[in-house]
Design a protein around this ligand. Structure first.
Ligand code: F0G
Length: 430
C-alpha cells in the first residue's frame, strides 16, 4: 500500500476576492483584508494522472483494519497531506454507487446512478468535509470549534470534534431542525444553542462569533471543508473507472457542496484524471430557491429569499458560497432547477420503495433529475449520478408534511386473521 506522498505540492490559502495569500496553517477562515472567502490552492501539473490514479487504486479498503484508508484520505494528494496519525477519521467515505432500475424509471433516466452519502458515519456527506476540517482544527491548535447548521453539519461537527477531543459549539435555528439530527448533535456532546431565528441568522452570528471570540469556524465557508467534500466526486469517478458521467445532480442549499464539486472537477480536468467534465445540476427546493432565481437571471443578479420547504436541510435563503456556486456552474456548464416539495416527497418515496433510505433534501437530486429530463435539459440517454446526501433516519417524519399516513404503521389486533386481511389487501394493491 502506498501512502500519500509527503513531497506532494505545497498548499496555501488564497482569498477568492482579492487574491491575498495565507499560509496553509493560518487559522483564519476569511480574508483579513477584504473579508472574502478563502480557497485552498495547490499546483496541479498536468501529466500526473497515471501516477495519481494508480496511487489511489493501490489504497485498497480493508474494512475495519487498523489503518483503513477512508474514501476521503485516499485522495490526500488532492486534499491535504498529513501523516496518518494526524488524520481525524472514523473512517468516512467509501459510499456505494447504486444502480436501480425502478428509481431510474421513475426519473425517466436510462442511466441513473445513486451515490449514497447517507452511509457515512453520522449519516451524511458532511463527514467528509468534517474529517478534513477537524484535522485542520487540530493542526492550528483550535481551542474550540463552531458551526451554524440545519442539522447535518452540527451532527457531524459534534462527532468529529468529540473524536479529536476539541470542544464544539453549534447554533441551530430553534424548532427547525429534524429531531434525528438534533439528537445526534446532543448525543455526541456538542454545546447546542437553539437560536430564535433562521439558518441564515445563525450563520451570520457564528461567523461574527468566530472572528471576535477566536473559535475555529467549521461551516462550509471554511476552505478545508470544501477540500474534504471534493472526495465525493473523486470517489464516484474512480468507481466509474474514471469515466465521467454526463451530469452530476446534487441538492443545493448553502452551496458549499456545489462549490466543492466545481473545484474537484476543475482540478480533475487540469490534472488529466478525467478527459471531460460532467455538468453539474444543482437542485433547490422551490420554496428556498435564491440560486435558481439568480441562474434564471443569467447570474446577473444575486437573490435572497425567506426560505420555506419541507426539505429542512436546504431551507436556506442567502447561500454563503454564492460566488463559488456561480463559478462551479460556469466551469461545468451547469444548470440549476427548482422542484416543489411534493415532487421531493414523491422522489423520496420512490427511492425508499427501492430499499434505499434518504432524507427529503437528498431526494431533491432525483426529483431535479426528473424535472430536467422532462424539460429536455437532460436527454433520457445521458448518464447521471445523483447524490443522496443524507440518511432516511435523519428526518424520519418530515415536519409539516401533510400526508402523515405514509409514515404510520397499520395498527391491527393480535390475530392471524388480521394479518390475513392485510396480506390480501397487499396482493390487491400489488
Ligand atoms: N443535503 C443535505 C442532507 C444537507 O444537510 C445539506 C446542507 C445539503 C444537501 C446542501 O449542501 O449547503 O453545501 O449546498 N446542510 C447544511 C447543514 C446547511 O447545516 O447541515 P450545501
Amino acid at each position: 500500500m502506498t501512502s500519500p506522498r509527503m513531497d506532494a505540492p505545497a498548499r496555501w490559502q488564497q482569498c477568492a476576492e482579492c487574491g491575498v495569500r495565507l499560509d496553509e496553517l493560518d487559522s483564519r477562515t476569511a480574508c483579513p483584508d477584504c473579508g472574502g472567502l478563502l480557497d485552498v490552492l495547490f499546483h496541479t501539473p498536468a501529466g500526473r494522472a497515471t501516477s495519481l490514479r494508480s496511487a489511489f487504486a493501490s489504497r485498497v479498503r480493508i474494512a475495519g483494519a487498523p489503518h483503513e484508508i477512508s474514501g476521503v484520505w485516499r485522495y490526500a494528494e488532492l486534499i491535504m497531506t498529513v501523516p496518518a496519525a494526524a488524520m481525524v477519521s472514523f473512517p468516512e467515505g467509501n459510499t456505494p454507487l447504486v444502480d436501480n432500475e425502478r428509481v431510474s424509471a421513475w426519473a425517466g433516466c436510462q442511466r441513473l446512478q445513486l451515490k449514497h452519502e447517507g452511509m457515512n458515519p453520522t449519516g451524511s456527506f458532511k463527514d467528509r468535509g468534517m474529517s478534513v476540517g477537524v484535522t485542520q482544527a487540530k493542526r492550528v491548535r483550535a481551542r474550540a470549534v463552531a458551526c451554524a447548521s440545519t442539522g447535518n453539519t452540527s451532527a457531524s461537527l459534534a462527532a468529529y470534534a468529540a473524536l479529536a477531543g476539541i470542544p464544539a459549539v453549534v447554533l441551530v435555528p430553534a424548532g427547525q431542525v429534524a429531531m434525528g439530527k438534533l439528537q445526534q448533535t446532543l448525543a455526541y456532546g456538542a454545546h447546542t444553542l437553539a437560536v430564535r431565528g433562521d439558518f441564515d441568522a445563525c450563520l451570520s452570528l457564528v461567523r461574527e462569533a468566530a472572528q471576535r471570540l477566536g473559535v475555529y469556524l467549521l461551516n462550509s465557508v471554511n476552505p478545508w471543508r470544501i477540500e474534504g467534500q471534493k472526495s465525493i466526486v473523486f470517489e464516484l469517478l474512480q468507481q466509474r473507472g474514471w469515466n465521467a458521467p454526463d451530469w452530476i445532480a446534487l441538492p443545493a442549499g448553502n452551496l458549499g457542496n456545489t462549490a466543492a464539486f466545481g473545484k474537484a472537477l476543475d482540478e480533475a480536468c487540469r490534472l488529466g484524471i478525467i478527459d471531460r467534465s460532467p455538468r453539474l445540476l444543482a437542485v433547490q427546493a422551490a420554496g428556498a430557491a435564491p440560486f435558481y432565481q439568480s441562474f434564471e437571471s443569467g447570474f446577473t443578479k444575486r437573490f435572497t429569499t425567506h426560505a420555506e420547504t419541507i426539505a429542512s436541510a436546504i431551507k436556506i435563503g442567502d447561500p454563503a458560497s454564492y460566488d463559488r456556486g456561480v463559478q462551479a456552474m460556469r466551469l461545468t456548464r451547469g444548470a440549476v432547477v427548482a422542484v416543489p416539495d411534493e415532487s421531493i416527497m414523491d422522489a423520496q418515496s420512490s427511492i425508499g420503495a427501492a430499499g434505499i433510505g434518504c432524507e427529503p433534501a437528498s431526494a431533491a437530486s432525483v426529483a431535479g433529475t426528473r424535472e430536467a429530463i422532462r424539460s429536455g435539459l437532460i436527454g433520457a440517454h445521458e448518464s447521471v449520478v445523483a447524490i443522496l446526501t443524507g440518511h432516511v433516519l435523519k428526518d424520519p417524519v418530515p415536519e409539516g408534511f401533510s400526508d402523515r399516513s405514509r409514515y404510520a404503521p397499520v395498527e391491527i389486533d393480535a390475530s392471524l386473521s388480521a394479518i390475513e386481511h392485510e396480506l390480501s389487501r397487499l396482493s390487491r394493491a400489488g
